[in-house]
Structures are given as structure tokens and as C-alpha cells.
Design a protein around this ligand. Structure first.
Ligand code: NI
Length: 177
């Protein structure tokens, strides 16, 4: 296992759509372990493969709090099969150190994915929970979509990005829904 460098906003792999995983091989399992180690070392809640420069459809999430045991969740070839409701709260991303912005997400999601043993599973996340938000945020990474593309307040987000010397918002990528 190894801690990988996290790709920062402005780098190309964050904008490339990711490819399906053909088989959960030993190589894929090793990649997932590297992703988990990288996420934990950065104190993140979620990490998608493109964030370590690998454009494959995989993300990991752990929403457990500090005094709880670790609870790593692995999503390979995820599909969001249901979503409903709407909630707007602050979000961040390991590829945007110290930048936070309000983003509107669904309150409820149902996701289908493959786990580290190659088994298919379905998971629900409700009530605008951190898990519901993280699933949508990480899923976006696999499509080359970043949270700033969905920001509720473009001007405030521009200021945040400038403060941290990160590239400007790409106006043509903004998603309004
Ligand atoms: Ni992110």
C-alpha cells in the first residue's frame, strides 16, 4: 500500500471521464487500498480514482467520526439508480485544499455498485446525510465534474478559489439544476 499524490484542481485527470472496471483483479484491489490509505492520510471523507490520476470508475468513502471505528466503503462501477429531494450545504474536496462552497445535492440517493470482492450491492443514503452528499460528489468525479461546477454562489466561489491561488471557475462547465 502506498500514499499517492492527490491531483489538484487545474490538472487534466480531474476532467477526464473515467472508464468502467472490467474485473476486480488484484491490481484493482491494490489500487483501492492505495486510495483508502491516501484518503485517510489526508483526513478526507471520500476519494475518487481520478484524484490520484487513475481514470477508472472507483471511489472510496468513510463517513465515520473520529471516535468510531473506521468504516471504509468501496464503490466500483457505481450507478446512482434513484435520487430525490434537494438540500444545499457546504462542501469541500481534497483536490481543492481549504476551498469550501455551497452546493445543492439530492437529499436521498440509491446507488448500485460492485465491492472489493467483485460482489454487487445496493446502498441507500437518506436525509441529506454526509454519506448521501459524498456519494454524489464522488460520483461526479468519475464524470469529470467538480463541486465548483455546481456551486450555488459563483461569485463567492470565485473569491475562495482566488484566495487559494487556484484556477478560476470554467463558466461553460457550470451546472444549474
Ligand atoms: Ni472531490
Amino acid at each position: 500500500m502506498a500514499i499517492k499524490r492527490i491531483v489538484k484542481y487545474g490538472e487534466q485527470s480531474l476532467r477526464e471521464p473515467s472508464k468502467e472496471v472490467f474485473k476486480v483483479s488484484k491490481k484493482i484491489q491494490d489500487l483501492v487500498h492505495d486510495m483508502l490509505e491516501t484518503m485517510y492520510s489526508a483526513n478526507g471523507v471520500g476519494l475518487a480514482a481520478p484524484q490520484i490520476g487513475v481514470n477508472l470508475r472507483i471511489f472510496v468513502i468513510d463517513v465515520s467520526s473520529e471516535n468510531e471505528p473506521l468504516n471504509p466503503l468501496v464503490f466500483i462501477n457505481p450507478k446512482i439508480i434513484k435520487k430525490s429531494g434537494s438540500i444545499c450545504t457546504q462542501e469541500g474536496c481534497l483536490s481543492f485544499p481549504e476551498v469550501y462552497s455551497d452546493v445543492k445535492r439530492a437529499e436521498y440517493v440509491m446507488v448500485k455498485a460492485t465491492d472489493l470482492k467483485g460482489r454487487s450491492f445496493v446502498m441507500e443514503a437518506k436525509d441529506g446525510s454526509l454519506l448521501a452528499r459524498a456519494i454524489q460528489h464522488e460520483y461526479d468525479h468519475l464524470e469529470g465534474i467538480l463541486f465548483v461546477d455546481r456551486c450555488a454562489d459563483v461569485e463567492a466561489t470565485e473569491q475562495e478559489l482566488a484566495k487559494h491561488s487556484l484556477p478560476k471557475i470554467q463558466q461553460d462547465r457550470l451546472i444549474k439544476d
